[in-house]
Design a protein around this ligand. Structure first.
Ligand code: SAM
Length: 261
């Protein structure tokens, strides 16, 4: 499969990126707070999506700073005096940054989707100044546990979520990439490499379950080819909105690291 042949599996919508941001922003913003970003610095967000990290970075670097937001779909990104938005398909186009010009570079739930993820990470590393910091996050494979009201529902939720993960895996999304990131960064000489693997329960109707529901809707054509029926997917959508349902959320691997000086 060529780099350009493997296409991104989702459409950028607020129904998907809204709950994703609600679930992951507290983790990512906590990482950014630890890095000591100061006014006037330059930040890069690769695969910026609906822009919550971009907006947060622009507050951290202030009016004298710069945030470069890059995505192949920039419809949900707004340029400002601080934020420059670049439309780039990173499978075939390079990052629009000067080597050694960036203080902090982020990519969340992006590199695992890219067939040329190693190359894009190399570009991010080259873009960082010595001592610059990386903030990477990925959803990684983990078995699902469910606490639904009835056994049948319990089984259905497990089946749908596991099928979402295997459909993504079949389509070239590397759900083990986030687990390998610390080793890749150490091999590149990075310091202060720190990864947290985070999973928590999500109740029906909360942002995490809305994210599961939207992922199932966006991938429904492929889920139907794995033996699930329209009735199963309708029931799954109901369950993801049922506050008595409690399910283990996606596991998120969040890594920060510093480029050697
Ligand atoms: C799951 S979303 C994550 C968005 C954002 N980083 C976040 O965590 O809220 C993945 C993002 O990667 C972008 N993306 C996927 N493939 C891409 C490519 N080949 N080039 C540039 N951006 C890409 C998508 O458009 C989308 O905005």
């Amino acid at each position: 499969m060529t780099a350009t042949a493997q296409r991104y599996q989702f459409r950028n919508t607020t129904a998907q990126l809204g709950p994703l941001q609600e679930v992951l922003d507290p983790i990512t913003f906590d990482e950014l707070a630890r890095l000591g970003i100061t006014g006037g610095q330059t930040a890069l967000d690769v695969g910026a999506g609906a822009g919550s990290i971009v907006r947060h970075l622009s507050e951290l670097v202030g009016r004298d700073g710069k945030v470069l937001a890059v995505d192949m779909d920039t419809r949900l990104l707004d340029p400002t005096g601080v934020v420059d938005v670049y439309q780039r398909d990173l499978r075939s186009q390079p990052l629009p940054v000067e080597p050694g010009s960036v203080d902090v570079a982020a990519a969340r739930c992006v590199l695992e989707h890219l067939p040329n993820r190693h190359d894009v990470l190399d570009q991010m590393i080259i873009a960082l100044r010595p001592g610059g910091q990386l903030v990477l996050g990925e959803i990684v494979y983990a078995p699902i546990a469910v606490h639904a009201p009835a056994d049948d529902d319990n089984q259905l939720i497990g089946w749908v979520v596991n099928t979402i993960l295997s459909v993504l895996d079949d389509r070239g999304v590397d759900l083990h990439w986030g687990d390998m990131v610390p080793a890749v960064l150490l091999a590149n000489g990075f310091q202060d490499v720190r990864t947290r693997w985070i999973a928590r329960t999500w109740a029906g109707g909360t942002p995490g379950c809305r994210l599961y529901a939207d992922n199932a809707t966006q991938l429904s054509d492929r889920l139907l080819t794995h033996g699930l029926t329209h009735a199963d997917l309708d029931r799954f959508a109901e369950l993801m909105d049922d506050p008595t349902v409690l399910v283990r959320g996606y596991t998120f691997a969040s890594t920060t690291a510093r480029k050697p000086r």
